[in-house]
Structure formats: structure tokens, C-alpha cells
Design a protein around this ligand. Structure first.
Ligand code: NDP
Length: 453
């Protein structure tokens, strides 16, 4: 078994750092620390926990360039998007600073008791298995509500962003969180089973691939531990005949291409009604050709490299396989190491990989639908269920479609995006459970009924 992790800059393949894996003894110490910290942390007034969020937000604001540079070096995200990611984490803190006390306050329920209410108690240590695509945001989306609710966090981050994983632990400590409130485990995923089985871990949240999700959910199920899974997506961007391209084309491009296409909620399938198809394809292609690729450290670069060369190879394979089945390349489909050119593919059938699988990179599959009804039916034809977007000037026509979209989200005239105020999560192979908002903070609490006669 390997005993160290080497992080590599995917833009220039330079080695960044080498980290020693935690030993069995280290892991035992980390779990013990989590247990003892939880015993104190859970008793702390919610007001005090909320105050620490202020420190966390201020530190992120003050150091956003530093954290952004680290993420960009480790996984190739364009630097302006890395900075925006830290700013979004600050917004997340602000949201829970304003709302956490209210979300976690006892709810009085009138019954025949003298007094009956629900109290929201923390569970203990929550293990978070997290991915590299939004190395700060994905972790904070779990940690900020969970810790504020009185839990302690254990992070098993994706190995290629180990530097970020350590920086996040240090950030919590610097913000004044007690030692052990948030700890990073430097481990390979083969050790996750024992950690989930330990008495310390009470619940698990995973953001990542379906394979990883299924594996973690099976282990957690065997050990009767709760899970929240945020897995892949194959979001459709439905463009009705009357969509306003002047206003929304830029959003649609961003929906596919931001973060170099490596987002679970990205628009992966553009399902376009026949009446607007030719105009859409021409304008979409022109805009994609204008996107600036290059060194992710340059502030005006929009397209960086993919996070690892093997991920770019996998994407290339999905496109090539689809081409063998009859798909046509409009532009792109050239790869150099971890760089994958922004790509547009047409002439797509539902059995092709670019339709039925998640394409986790800058590839837009453009599908022609006979009319708006067929567009909706094609959108729902997916194993995944994270979100759907519909672009139309006739917003009233969308209400009747809400029930026909079997996803965790429906966005009209905007891209599917996460927003601290709204619940976030999927259905079907995209996972279950919700993050963010009130629903997210209540995922990892014991919803306790108190009945006093
Ligand atoms: P993974 O799902 O493999 O990685 C995400 C996290 O899960 C990492 O911390 C990883 O650890 C861990 N992990 C991997 N395999 C297992 C397992 N069997 N049991 C427990 N934990 C595991 O993503 P990849 O980096 O391999 O990316 C592959 C695909 O996953 C992408 O192409 C994309 O489709 C999807 N993905 C989806 C994301 C999302 O936001 N929903 C984010 C990232 C990927 P380690 O690094 O040690 O392997």
C-alpha cells in the first residue's frame, strides 16, 4: 500500500508537495480527538458557534488569493473562478450567521401534553468524503452547517487536493474552533470502511462519483449510519422555441463550461427545439470558440485544464465512442495531457455516452427535439436527477412541467446553481439528501421529540 500522496499541478505537471499518509495510529488519535472535542462542543451555546463563523468568514475574505492559488495549482481551476469559490464560502458563512439559530431553535408542537417540542441535537462526528472539483466549496457546504449544529467534522478529501484539505483544517483552527472540531484525514479511500464502522463516526456525507457513492452507502448501510450522497449529474438545458438567446446564451455557455466543465450541476445535454436549433447552434458555437483557454493562473483565462490527465482521457473516450456511433464534432475534441479543448457534439442519440453518461469536462452535447414536449421528455430520459433548466419567454408554460421533471431542481431562465438559501441535492443516480438551507443543516441532527405531560 502507498504511504504518501504527491500532488501535481495539472497545468504543467510539476510536483507540488508530498504528504505522508496517516498511519493506523494517527487515525486512532484523530478519532479519539473527535470524540472528546464533541463532548464539549455539543454543549456550547449556539450563539458562540455562530460567532466563530464570523471569524471563519473574515479569514477567508482576507486570504482569498492565497487559498485560490492553492486550489488552482492543485486542480487547474482558472484563478478568477477560484477566488469566486472562496467568496461563495464567505456568503455561506453569512447565510448561517443570519439563520442558524432560527433553524436550530426548538419547534413547539401543540399536542395534549403540557409541553411538546422538537429539539435538534447534534449527532457527533460526521465523515465527509469530498471531491477535487470545488475543493473549498464542497467541504464548506458540509462543514459550516454541520459544525454550527454542534457536530464535529472529519474530512477525507480527494488525494489530489491534499494541500487544500490541510489548509481548511488550519483555517478552522485559526478561526478559533476547538482542536478536533474539524480534522483532515490523509488516507486512501480503502481505509474508509474501518473509519465508518468505528463508534466515533455517526454519519457520512459524500460528494463524488456514483461508484464511490455506492461503495460508501453500502458500508454505511451495513453499519446503520446515515448518509447524504451528492453524486454525478447529467443536467439537461432545455431551450424552447421562444428562448431569448440575446439574454441567456452567455448563461448557457457558463452552465456548461465554467470550472472547465467539471461540475456535477453543469448543463451537459442541450436539448433544443427544432424552431430555434440552427440559430442556437450557430451562436453557441461562435461563443464557445471565443472562450479564452490558457494558464489557469492568468486572471482573464476562462478555460483551464482538467484536474487530472486520466479524467481528460476518460472524456476523450466518451466523445470518440459517441462519434463511432454517429455523433458529429462541430468544434474541439483535441486533448493535450490534461487540457481538453471546448467541444461541441451534435447528431446525438440517447444510447451514446455523451447522452447517457455524465461528461465531466468541457463537452456540450446538442440534441435537436421536434418540439417543446419532446424536449421535456428527452430531458427526463436520464439515470441522473440533479437538475434541469428550461429557457423560454413563456414562463407560464413551465408550471405544468414542474411535475414532469423528476430532479432535485428546476431552474427557469437561469443555470442550475447552488445557493445557500435553497436546498441542493438530487434524485436517482445523483444521490439523496439535501445540503444548504434549512434542509441541509437538519440532515445531520437528531430530530428529537420531547413530550412533557
Ligand atoms: P471520485 O468519486 O473517485 O472521488 C471523490 C472522492 O471519493 C475522493 O475523496 C475519493 O478519494 C473518494 N473515493 C473514490 N473511490 C471511493 C470508494 N470506492 N470508496 C470511498 N471513497 C472513494 O471521483 P474521481 O476523482 O475519480 O472522478 C471520477 C468521476 O466522478 C468524474 O468524472 C465525475 O463523473 C464524478 N465526480 C463527481 C463529482 C461531483 O461533484 N458530484 C465530483 C468529482 C467527481 P481518492 O481521491 O482517495 O480516490
Amino acid at each position: 500500500m502507498k504511504n504518501k500522496i504527491e500532488t501535481i499541478n495539472p497545468y504543467n505537471q510539476e510536483s507540488l508537495q508530498t504528504y505522508k499518509y496517516h498511519t493506523k495510529k494517527d487515525i486512532d488519535g484523530i478519532l479519539k480527538q473527535a470524540d472528546s472535542t464533541f463532548e464539549d462542543w455539543r454543549k456550547i451555546e449556539i450563539k458562540e458557534r455562530v460567532n466563530l463563523l464570523e471569524n471563519l468568514a473574515n479569514l477567508m475574505e482576507d486570504n482569498k488569493e492565497k487559498y485560490a492559488k492553492l486550489m488552482t495549482a492543485e486542480m487547474g481551476k482558472p484563478i478568477s473562478q477560484s477566488i469566486a469559490e472562496i467568496e461563495k464560502c464567505v456568503w455561506l458563512c453569512d447565510f448561517y450567521i443570519t439563520n442558524a439559530e432560527e433553524f436550530l431553535a426548538d419547534s413547539i408542537i401543540e399536542t395534549d401534553a403540557h409541553e411538546s417540542f422538537i429539539s435538534y441535537d447534534p449527532l457527533g462526528a460526521v465523515l465527509a468524503v469530498m471531491p477535487w472539483n470545488y475543493p473549498f466549496w464542497q467541504v464548506m457546504r458540509f462543514a459550516i452547517p454541520s459544525l454550527t449544529a454542534g457536530n464535529v467534522g472529519l474530512l477525507k478529501h480527494a488525494s489530489n487536493v491534499s494541500g487544500t484539505a490541510i489548509a481548511i483544517q488550519e483555517l478552522f483552527e485559526e478561526a478559533g474552533y476547538p482542536k478536533g472540531c474539524f480534522q483532515t484525514l490523509l488516507i486512501g479511500h480503502e481505509l474508509i470502511e474501518d473509519i465508518i464502522a468505528s463508534d466515533t463516526v455517526k454519519a457520512v456525507t459524500l460528494t463524488g462519483s456514483e461508484v464511490a457513492g455506492r461503495s460508501v452507502a453500502a458500508i454505511a448501510g451495513k453499519n446503520l449510519k446515515k448518509t447524504v450522497l451528492e453524486l454525478g449529474g447529467n443536467n439537461a438545458c432545455v431551450v424552447f422555441d421562444d428562448a431569448n438567446l440575446d439574454e441567456h446564451l452567455e448563461t448557457m455557455i457558463k452552465a456548461r463550461m465554467q470550472n472547465t466543465g467539471q461540475s456535477c450541476i453543469a448543463a451537459k445535454r442541450f436539448i433544443v427545439s427544432e424552431g430555434i436549433y440552427d440559430e442556437f447552434l450557430e451562436r453557441f458555437t461562435r461563443s464557445v470558440l471565443e472562450l479564452k483557454s490558457g494558464n489557469p493562473e492568468d486572471k482573464d483565462v476562462f478555460m483551464g485544464v482538467m484536474a487530472r490527465e486520466d479524467l481528460a482521457e476518460e472524456l476523450e473516450e466518451q466523445v470518440n465512442q459517441s462519434v463511432k456511433m454517429g455523433a458529429k464534432i462541430v468544434t474541439g475534441n483535441k486533448r493535450h495531457k490534461a487540457y481538453f479543448e471546448p467541444t461541441i457534439v451534435t447528431e446525438i442519440t440517447p444510447d451514446m455516452p455523451v447522452f447517457k453518461e455524465e461528461t465531466f469536462g468541457p463537452v456540450a452535447a446538442i440534441i435537436k427535439a421536434k418540439n417543446n414536449e419532446e424536449a421535456i421528455a428527452l430531458a427526463a430520459n436520464s439515470r441522473f436527477g440533479l437538475g434541469t433548466m428550461i429557457f423560454t419567454e413563456n414562463v407560464d408554460s413551465v408550471y405544468k412541467e414542474i411535475g414532469n421533471i423528476p430532479d432535485g431542481a428546476l431552474f427557469v431562465n437561469d443555470m442550475v446553481k447552488s445557493d445557500p438559501r435553497l436546498p441542493f441535492g438530487g434524485t436517482k443516480a445523483s444521490g439523496y439528501g439535501r445540503e444548504l438551507s434549512k434542509e441541509g443543516i437538519l440532515e445531520f441532527v437528531n430530530i428529537k421529540t420531547v413530550y412533557i405531560k
